[in-house]
Design a protein around this ligand. Structure first.
Ligand SMILES: [Zn+2]
Length: 212
């Protein structure tokens, strides 16, 4: 069917009212009017496939429902969420150097206008409850759905490097934070500790690099 013949057709809440030629894509897009009154230009095949069924108002509605449904988690998740943003983007935050300072970012989906809602949505879908703590699978990776999970404190503490606390010179930091401080990879420090080295020896012995 030619694009022009689709004018007037209805896809979900959207009615095609015209075509808009996109120079860059070299194809026509559909100008649509949504039931809610909004107009939006949409890729024709996503209408045909059913991938897009509203101007976005349906999605917003769904988000709102999720939000209400999981209102009970809202307080703690919001606190956690604000903490993330502080660590990653506020240079004045005491933990910034271990996060933002190491170029740890928060994915786009979890930032911006719907950032918190998306974060909460993901958390609830991934088994969040108030007993759990947010863990990054790859400690050098970003805060994103692929790299995060909600785990029990115990798992997180046992998890390689991230949150194991060690005290040296009267200061207590996670192995990851110590790694940063002394310039030895967290993995190496962790392996040393596992081998039974003292924290002092683990942090002060220069690593032997055979790989170079
Ligand atoms: Zn709409």
């Amino acid at each position: 069917m030619k694009a022009i013949d689709r004018i007037g057709q209805i896809y979900g809440k959207l009615t095609i009212t015209g075509l808009v030629y996109n120079e860059k894509a070299k194809r026509n897009y559909a100008l649509c009017k949504c039931e809610c009154g909004n107009e939006k230009v949409i890729y024709i095949s996503s209408l045909i496939k059913g991938a897009t069924t509203s101007c976005g108002c349906y999605r917003n509605q769904r988000i709102k429902e999720t939000c209400e449904k999981h209102g009970m988690y809202k307080t703690r998740l919001n606190k956690e969420y604000r903490g993330l943003k502080q660590r990653c983007y506020n240079p004045k935050n005491s933990r910034y150097k271990y996060y933002g300072g190491k170029n740890i970012n928060i994915c786009d989906e979890w930032l911006g206008k719907d950032g918190f809602i998306n974060f909460m949505d993901w958390s609830v879908e991934n088994g969040y409850n108030d007993e759990l703590t947010l863990d990054r699978i790859n400690v050098d990776g970003d805060y994103s759905p692929d790299n995060c999970r909600w785990v029990t404190m115990k798992i997180q503490c046992n998890n390689r490097t991230t949150s194991r606390f060690e005290t040296f010179n009267n200061e207590t930091k996670t192995v990851a934070e110590w790694a940063d401080e002394v310039g030895i990879k967290a993995d190496i420090i962790y392996k040393r500790l596992k081998r039974g080295w003292s924290i002092e020896k683990s942090l002060t012995t220069p690593p032997v690099n055979n790989k170079k």
